[in-house]
Ligand binder design. Sequence first.
Ligand SMILES: NC(=O)N[C@@H](CC(=O)O)C(=O)O
Length: 432
Amino acid sequence: MSFLIKGVSVLGKGKADLLIRDGVIAEGGAGNAQVIDADGLVALPGLVDLHTHLREPGREDAETVETGSRAAALGGYTAVCAMANTSPVADTAGVVEQVYRLGREAGLVDVQPIGAVTVGLAGERLAELGAMATSAAQVRIFSDDGHCVADPRLMRRALEYVKAFDGVIAQHAEEPRLTEGAQMHEGEVATRLGLTGWPAVAEEAIIARDVLLAEHVGSRLHVCHVSTAGSVEVLRHAKARGVKVTAEVTPHHLLLTDERATSYDPVFKVNPPLRTAADVEALRAALREGVIDIVATDHAPHAVEDKECEWGYARPGMLGLETALSVVLDALGSSAGGAGAGGAGVDWDLIAERMSRAPARIAGLTEHGRDIAPGAPANLTLVDPAARRRIDPGESASRSRNTPYAGMTLPGRVMATFLRGEATVLDGKAVK
Ligand SMILES: NC(=O)N[C@@H](CC(=O)O)C(=O)O
């Protein structure tokens, strides 16, 4: 199948016609290509998510590799990195190969498994990092996400181990002793609601420790879901020293604050928790500046019984794949003075960098995050910046419904996504 995308805005090129043939951006005659009228649409390199929970194996009632992949494609993604906190945990070559194979079979996005750092995420001994790296899944990112690698000696060993194959340790920065029983951000709102707080310093202390360890070892550290202004300052300091550290922020931490907890609706319960408006401002500025390198969704689907219960019993986590781009456009627009009608003023190069190119580089996904130019793999997404859509959880392709944006109207809409030249989304709908 070939496609001729007519009149689309391409970064650095203005309006152009794009020909997709044999899986790549092609040149020459269009022949019998299917024509897509892309007037008013913006072409971006396919988005890359460094932090997705696909729940398979083990919690297929909440998500499967296939349903999560479809949600990803609808969100404009062509690659996602699948977190290791499945059941069984992705801590062996066998499990990461299973996830990799399921991703290939679904064929909607490239699914790159992340391996666990420690056996069973228990934080006691290192998992078989080398075996996962040399497996068919070629794992390069290791994370105990959901849990912090709290033991400094184990963290040091992990950083040392992955250096041999240019791997990276993605840390869920949460000092567990400081967050025992925590339900939400520690601050004025938690006090008012009488809920146990998760203090900002529990994140900042681990990031500070880990950038020092990464510097000492000379290895690569990636910090998951940065959520506080203080973490930004630690990262700024580390980067100025030349530490090999990268960091992500989630869409929800760029838009929502701890005030949402006043509803006691567990859809707003997430780890790390929603923080203050001042944190949100600092995260937006850090993303724009590059102290935070990327946006990652932390898409965390949960079954109804795990979410529609009392706040204290609900699992933390929220959906993110289908709404990420819109939330980022909204968040950066409202404080950047940009994102006017029709997407005027949006810094599309920044969006491409933070949501595609940089995450592809960190994950080593060389087929993704490429400039849209002849010869490049046709992994791209077409966005209608003028569209606004009301978020209806019932319309989600995810198996779960825990979106915090239900009923909100957000800017931008993904109209088409292509994975190696195959359409996975057309006219804003999943193709298969
Ligand atoms: N981010 C979340 O709130 N939840 C994550 C794991 C975690 O980080 O707790 C999940 O897997 O559900």
